[in-house]
Design a protein around this ligand. Sequence first.
Ligand code: KG4
Ligand code: ZN
Length: 346
Amino acid sequence: MYIAHPPFKPRYILGLESSCDETSVAILADGERVLANLISSQIPLHSRYGGVVPEVACRAHLEVLNPLLAEALERAQIGFHDLEAVAVTCGPGLVGAVLLGVAVAKTLAGTLDIPLIGVNHMEGHLFSALLEDRCLPLPLLCLLVSGGHTLLCLVERWGEYRVLGSTRDDAAGEAFDKVSKALGLGYPGGPKIQELAQKGDPQAVRFSRPMLNEGFDFSFSGLKTAVLLHLQSPQRVSDPDLCASFQEAVVDVLATKALRAARQFGVKSLALAGGVAANKALRQRLAAGAQRLNLPFVCPQLDLCTDNAVMIAKAGWELASRGWVSPLTLDAKPNLELARSPEAGA
Ligand code: KG4
Ligand code: ZN
């Protein structure tokens, strides 16, 4: 996926993201100034199905990618020929959706004769934390929580990742989405559950904390089932109490494990990223924990937690500046994992 290239710092880098249900195009200047960040959300298209429908997603990406590209250049007030690199999500994600973004990126890189950088979507989430603080001391522990992934990741060198733990079943965001669907709150579930939880009592139901004291892997499907069973019980509490109690259990497991890993591996900083990082209770809990451990803590601003192309442009810029670029034969990799050996680059 990468070839050797002299490290370089593109003045203008284009980022493309189309791995799931958001089409996004961004332009970043000097690796830090966001000149354009356009996101076309497909939530209205998918919400009536209670989840993302791959065929619907692909068609929608195809319709909006080119118009978004034109609009991003206009917003940034630059032309195609000012672009010095193009970064694109090449996985993981829905195969057809990722393929579309990769095809557009390859076409641009080939015609403009500029480097192409394939970015792992989860690595994009991780690098979005660097938009908050560029000089995070390593080793860094990052909790990456999205609709498809729950990863505890140790970064000893940028571009190389050690996954300490991941989910054995549902991802954290997926659990939010499924509980939301069961409560008839709609998709995506995280923001809806958070909103109701604010009016509820987190101690109303003491849900079990799956695998709390076992290693660094996660499991959320049992917790989700416990919530679904509770819905049928005669002692059913109000929806706000239920949401608050469920959210409390998820946050407790995520934060406890992340903070334990931070202590065990003696990291020098802590980051939180991915769609679920928009959750206020989780942000507060990790921020407080990091403070107790005397660790700098970062998480992206709210609108850069969920999928966006700024994070892909940022990751592309950081990779290019370390000498990682991709060949024009780059492929979409729907099951791409977050781990990289130093096969190229510095
Ligand atoms: O990173 P993301 O935008 O897409 C994937 O890469 O999956 O994450 C989307 C996930 C969804 O499951 C959504 O319910 C969850 O992030 N999410 C939240 C919140 N905002 C979005 N979960 C909890 N609390 C939130 N405020
Ligand atoms: Zn994501």
